[in-house]
Write a protein that binds this ligand. Structure first.
Ligand code: GDP
Ligand code: MG
Length: 178
């Protein structure tokens, strides 16, 4: 069987990318449903979830999140997702230097193919696993700063910084004229 994706790149599909296993699906499920299930081999069936948040100035921002589950493999298709994205959340696992290297690959891809005013967030997830940490906070900060990205460490498990991540992104989005 051959799976063919027919995508209509839309200007409001945002992307969440990163190596397999870094916790992308868990971050989204924590944000959208407030849940973390350590036992589930998480596959978000629809690969697409949305959530609306209210900012302090009483404006609301709706997130439409495309979880590239498994499509890490279809690198050639990726520019279809990136093209119109306003936001890219690039996730690595603080216990995995390989995933940090891969995150840097995604940043370069997005700089090449994404829109010039894309808002990019670099996320070090699994911050609850301090004793297994192999990527320092400073390495994350330095790389993000060099590339004009917003940086945060999160834990989908404890919910640490998950809402803050999406709030910070929302604050940085260009606003439609009132
Ligand atoms: P994805 O492939 O990037 O979508 O990764 P998943 O969301 O499926 O998560 C991969 C594995 O990491 C799962 O076993 C999760 O339970 C685990 N995981 C995800 N986020 C966290 C976290 O913040 N802390 C810990 N300790 N484990 C996590
Ligand atoms: Mg996933």
């Amino acid at each position: 069987t051959f799976g063919l994706f027919l995508l209509e790149p839309s200007d409001n599909v945002d992307v969440l990318v990163g190596d397999s296993g870094v916790g992308k699906s868990c971050i989204v499920l924590r944000f959208v449903r407030g849940q973390f299930d350590p036992t589930s081999k998480v596959t978000v069936g629809a690969s697409f979830l949305s959530q609306t948040i209210a900012l302090q100035d009483s404006t609301t921002v709706k997130f439409e999140i495309w979880d590239t589950a498994g499509q890490e493999r279809y690198a050639a298709l990726a520019p279809l997702y990136y093209r119109g994205a306003a936001v890219a959340v690039i996730v690595y696992d603080i216990t995995s230097p390989e995933s940090f290297t891969k995150a840097q690959y995604w940043v370069k891809e997005l700089q090449k193919h994404g829109s010039p005013d894309i808002v990019m967030a670099l996320v070090g997830n699994k911050a609850d696993l301090q004793e297994k940490r192999e990527v320092s906070v400073q390495d994350g900060i330095d790389y993000a700063e060099k590339n004009g990205m917003f940086f945060i460490e999160t834990s989908a498990k404890t919910a640490d910084n998950i809402n803050q991540l999406f709030e910070e992104i929302a604050k940085r989005l260009p606003r439609p004229p009132p």
